[in-house]
Design a protein around this ligand. Structure first.
Ligand code: EPZ
Length: 418
């Protein structure tokens, strides 16, 4: 196991390239199940979660090659439909194979994802949708089993906006008989990317990017060819906060304002200077940092995956910030660790009240989940003194060498054995 050590206090200045989006590539890898052939992707981030999904597909019988950002998945000889517990327990997004396996084989057996540090995270909406498409659902020994000789189109009203729920049911219905309509579908950019790629594969999906998505089933899909994965908007947002937090100036070469409006709005309100330059985004601190309130919401609202990182920024802002988490109400495990560094944070229900302090101080702290670990790395970079962050395997699930990237723009950050 490794830990990250940070000597805080440096301004971060320079140019960075944002990696491909984890939450875009995972559903696209699941989509490769639907096309018996060779699927290829570029700009794929080298993350623990991507490697877990590669392993999952290999267990199902696919041939997978992943090197230097290029990924090839040959699902010609895919012949298994069981996703084992020891893989699913390490990555909830494994549930994304449930729909495509059911669509391709008429059955699937996927271990139920367990609990998670950020909340209970049920998959009832995924199962409700599959039942509406005509699948039988059995839950036994911690597995969910589907049986559906041929999925039939239907109308699926989601009770909540769910990203992987929407993705799973798009993947389930593209080869079903007839028309499927998803109501209250998630509109996250990663869902849009999945829909557009499926249409390139021969699917017939309308309303992509809106809350009402219509899928007319087709008989077969051709493989994905050389699809370039979109930049990761959450990594981009994390790096933008790193610039503001340290009074720095960072240029993200491959990012644009689109699909980052809510975050950019809040950073501007807090006093950052953000401009479009040469096809990228430049973000600078103006020297002042104002406390602002925000509430996490489904897209295009403020993303829950940026809540922890923004809490770190508010910890040293000037005033009082009220942060309300509506997606995962318990997603505050980072607050306790930030308090160890001197932050003044009180949790009240699904809100956190953050009173800005002049600075946070380095301390030994512990990561608990992916975005919390990013918020703690950011705190270390801004802190006075030395911070040691343990359990950083959480960070490597969703960030491609974040510490290396921060080091290239001036952070004093390195890894040591735990
Ligand atoms: C996706 O998770 C992302 N993961 C998460 O990113 C992200 O935080 C989340 O969407 C919200 O934006 C991937 O895309 C792989 P949800 P997902 O289903 O799909 C409730 C990260 O850090 N719900 O949109 O699992 C659920 O409890 C990760 O990269 C049900 O009640 O989240 C939550 O309150 C963390 N029943 C809300 O909906 C269901 O069947 C939104 O969850 C499904 C969800």
């Amino acid at each position: 196991m490794e830990k990250i050590i940070v000597e805080g206090g440096n301004k971060l200045e320079g140019e960075l390239v944002v990696s491909g989006a984890k939450n875009a590539v995972l559903p696209l890898m699941a989509a490769s199940i639907l096309s018996g052939g060779v699927n290829s992707f570029t700009n794929v981030p080298d993350l623990a979660d991507v490697r877990t999904m590669c392993k999952m597909l290999e267990i199902l019988g696919a041939r997978v090659e992943f090197e230097d950002g290029s990924l090839e998945i040959d699902t010609t000889d895919l012949n298994k439909w069981v996703a084992p517990y020891d893989l699913v327990k390490t990555m909830r997004a494994s549930v994304l194979v449930l729909g495509p396996l059911t669509a391709r084989f008429g059955r699937a057996r996927v271990s139920l994802p367990g609990g998670c540090a950020i909340g209970e995270r049920p998959i009832d909406q995924h199962l409700k949708g599959l039942q509406i498409l005509g699948s039988e659902i059995e839950i036994e020994e911690g597995y969910v089993e589907t049986v559906a000789p041929k999925l039939q189109g239907g109308v699926i009203p989601f009770d909540v906006s769910t990203v992987t729920g929407t993705e799973n049911l798009i993947l389930s219905s593209v080869l079903a008989e007839g028309e499927t309509i998803l109501l209250n579908a998630a509109c996250e950019p990663e869902v849009t990317e999945l829909g557009l790629v499926l249409n390139e594969m021969g699917a017939d999906i309308q309303g992509i990017g809106t809350d009402i998505i219509t899928i007319n089933g087709v008989s077969e899909l051709s493989p994905i060819k050389d699809h370039e994965v979109m930049p990761d908007r959450i990594e981009a947002g994390t790096l933008m906060i790193a610039a503001v937090l340290t009074g720095g100036d960072i240029f993200l070469t491959n990012c644009r304002f689109e699909n980052m409006g809510a975050l950019i709005g809040k950073l501007l309100e807090a006093g950052a200077e953000i401009t479009r330059e040469n096809g990228g985004i430049r973000i600078k601190s103006t020297g002042e940092l104002k406390s602002i309130d925000f509430t996490t919401l489904p897209y295009p609202g403020f993303p829950t995956d940026m809540q922890a990182q923004m809490m770190t920024l508010m910890s040293i802002a000037d005033g009082l910030s009220i942060i309300t988490e509506t997606i995962f109400p318990q997603r505050f495990l980072h607050a306790g660790e930030l308090r160890r560094m001197g932050a003044d944070i009180k949790l009240v229900g699904n809100s956190a009240v953050v009173r800005g302090v002049r600075h946070v101080s380095g301390a030994p702290i512990m990561a608990s989940d992916l975005r919390a670990s990013a918020s703690l790395v950011l705190a270390g970079v801004a802190a006075e003194g030395k911070t040691e962050i343990s359990r950083i395997y959480h960070l490597d699930r969703g960030y491609e060498k974040l510490d290396r990237k921060l080091e290239t723009v001036g952070a004093r950050i390195w890894r040591e054995k735990e």
